[in-house]
Design a protein around this ligand. Sequence first.
Ligand code: NAD
Ligand code: ZN
Length: 298
Amino acid sequence: MEINKLLCRGYQGIARVPDLSGLSQWTEEDKKMEDLIQRTAEQLIKSKHAITLTGAGISTESGIRDFRGPDGIWTKNPEAERKAYQSYARFQENPKEFWIETISSASLLGDLAKVAPNPGHVALAELEKRGLLKCVVTQNIDNLHQKAGSKRVLDYHGNISLLRCFSCDTRYDRAEYDLDRLYKEDRLPPLCRKCNGVLKSDVVYFQEAIPSDVAQASQEEAGKCDLMLICGTSAAVYPFAYLPRMARQRRQGKQTIIIEINADPTPLTEEGISDYLIQGKTGIILPKIVEEVKKRIS
Ligand code: NAD
Ligand code: ZN
């Protein structure tokens, strides 16, 4: 990635989170980082309708691996990615077999019920509580934004703690169905109480349509926000990755500010979709933004 090329395209900043351990003097990089954090805090305070988009990166500090980072599940195991692309077709072919396989094998992401939110999730919930963030649109299925206290969360790729009817789209709390018991009694797949349709996990599989309620609400949010904070996503999965692009198009007339917080630059950085990237860990940067907000409005 050439920084000059990015600057030519209207790219306004890039800075890495410094490792301050053992350092007594701040470098230029550190100063630039602090400036961008302050700038984000100020822009959030001035915004009228700020939203955040999040991806797997915001949950890595909770111990859930991402897919495409250096230690990502797909990066380390391309076979698992190939299999994931077949999940939807396999579910449609034979929901019972699919459920048996799901229940009897370990989840790629581990036992998400035991995972706790990290300071990045908590910081976003705090910004919402202060009225500075109107909505979280997340690609994550891990339910950690909700556990951290965020109220308006659009689970773009579904939520692992829910089941969704394949026929009528009604969602149920997973805890309402004793899946282990249904498995032992040979009564899988679980069935919808409203229409008797087959239930699948609410999690959206590759090749599956985004549930229309979430797709529509996310599109509306991207269309009306004046600030978009994009945290921990490679912005490689579509149609989610259209959302920043929609906001960017709107910006030409209406001034939407687009900020990325990510460990690495992304296509959004490289294409100049984002105004600037704060490069580093969301679990460190987001709480710093909250600190800066608190200094300005108590
Ligand atoms: P991704 O794996 O494609 O990209 C993650 C990005 O986050 C990478 O650019 C990586 O460098 C960055 N990152 C990693 N740790 C970070 C940190 N601590 N701070 C800041 N940045 C960090 O993830 P994606 O873009 O969300 O797309 C993956 C798809 O897989 C999504 O659709 C999502 O539904 C699913 N997924 C979800 C989870 C989850 O629910 N926690 C986990 C893995 C994958
Ligand atoms: Zn139904």
